[in-house]
Design a protein around this ligand. Structure first.
Ligand SMILES: NC(=O)c1ccc[n+]([C@@H]2O[C@H](COP(=O)([O-])OP(=O)(O)OC[C@H]3O[C@@H](n4cnc5c(N)ncnc54)[C@H](OP(=O)(O)O)[C@@H]3O)[C@@H](O)[C@H]2O)c1
Length: 344
């Protein structure tokens, strides 16, 4: 059975579009049931997951592929074999080898893990459109002289070719310089959702006012925000509240590197000892507390973490820890919220 569902159609808009999502769903219509559970790892059961608008699932951890250079393919394959159920990349050659992410994904899907193949639709594959300001002009996936809409189309076409599959999510890597440009770029992405090449849209590095405005004015509502978790933006408490109120997934980056103080906190230490039974697992304990911030969001969504570790032992340990998010007590979560100024 082919793992990729390819439809060799050239559509009216002139995209060289050959890869579509399984099933045919129009935005606003009921979506198919969530995909079957992924192949469980031997040691830990499948991690709990989040629910996106339309009932699709989103893993708690996405493997982050920035700065992996020539090791990207092997690390992606290793991460997926170790238990990650999703990957984050970007069409931004300065920081990501999206082509090698595609190779690593293909390698994983073609080979079996403990005698079983993992179906593509149990994985969450996400990429981003990066604006000209975030690109290296000497190595840019689109011509910098093109109109904005054409830049976005070239970038998304490249991502679809690199990854050789439909995308579970495509994010604006950041808002554009003006709101009008942000909306223009986003509207191109909406077309790919209608064409069934992308499931969900989102935006990264976004502040609340721009997110609110975009949400209000767009047609395919953003389902994902990817932002820094660090003191410099007050841990994004206001954006996370917006995500909670709209059933969105809030993806965290800089979770470890941006929080040396939190890593030293008493509650992180206590979660490491009580839940993970290992006082050395402070990084995993901080991950658990951050994931627990998405607990009980009544409209769906929640908090996920981008984890770009290069060590297989940490990949395994992080996946095993994420499965224990339900073990964080309300008192521990309340104390952690207190540290980051989030109402309990
Ligand atoms: N949207 C954006 O603008 C943006 C910006 C930055 C990053 N991102 C995304 O976020 C991903 C993650 O980037 P990040 O900056 O948050 O950090 P990261 O790449 O996950 O790095 C975390 C650091 O913590 C170390 N570490 C120690 N123990 C660990 C553990 N148990 N698990 C994981 N790491 C551990 C890692 O070193 P070892 O490798 O030695 O474990 C690494 O140095 C990127 O790959 C990218 O996909 C997005």
């Amino acid at each position: 059975m082919h793992i990729y569902r390819r439809l060799m159609t050239i559509n009216r808009r002139g995209f060289s579009a050959e890869i579509r999502r399984p099933g045919t769903m129009r935005p606003g219509t009921p979506s198919p049931p969530p995909p079957p559970s992924p192949v469980p790892s031997e040691e830990a059961g499948p991690a709990p997951s989040l629910t996106l608008p339309g009932s699709r699932t989103h893993p708690l951890l996405l493997y982050g592929t920035a700065w992996k250079k020539g090791a990207t393919a092997e690390l992606v394959t290793t991460a997926l074999r170790t238990g990650f159920q999703g990957v984050d990349t970007a069409c931004q050659p300065k920081h990501y080898r999206e082509d090698l992410v595609g190779n690593g994904l293909k390698e994983f899907l073609m080979t079996s893990v403990r005698g079983q193949h993992t179906p593509r639709d149990t994985l969450f594959i996400q990429s981003k459109f990066t604006s000209p300001g975030g690109q290296d002009p000497r190595n840019c996936p689109y011509k910098l002289t093109l109109p904005l809409a054409s830049m976005v189309k070239m970038s998304v076409t490249t991502s679809l070719a690199h990854l050789d599959t439909y995308l579970d999510a495509l994010l604006l890597h950041s808002p554009m310089e003006t709101h009008a440009e942000t909306l223009e770029a986003y509207r191109v992405l909406e077309d790919y959702v209608r064409l069934e090449k992308i499931w969900h849209l989102g935006v990264s590095n976004v502040a609340l006012p721009e997110l609110e405005r975009l949400y209000e004015e767009c047609q395919v509502k953003p389902a994902i925000v990817q932002n820094r978790f660090w003191p410099g933006n007050n841990w994004d408490v206001d954006v996370r509240r917006f995500c909670r109120d709209h059933g969105m997934v809030w993806q965290s980056f800089w979770t470890l590197s941006g929080n040396p103080q939190l890593l030293k906190s008493g509650v992180v230490q206590r979660v490491a000892i009580r839940v993970l039974e290992d006082s050395d697992k402070k990084e995993e304990a901080l991950y658990l507390l951050v994931l627990a911030l998405g607990r009980g969001w009544e409209k769906g969504g929640g908090v996920a973490i981008l984890d770009g570790t290069t060590r297989e032992v940490a990949m395994k340990s992080d996946c095993e820890a994420a499965a224990l998010v339900g073990e964080v007590s309300d008192a521990e979560l309340g104390e952690f919220k207190g540290l980051i100024g989030e109402e309990v």
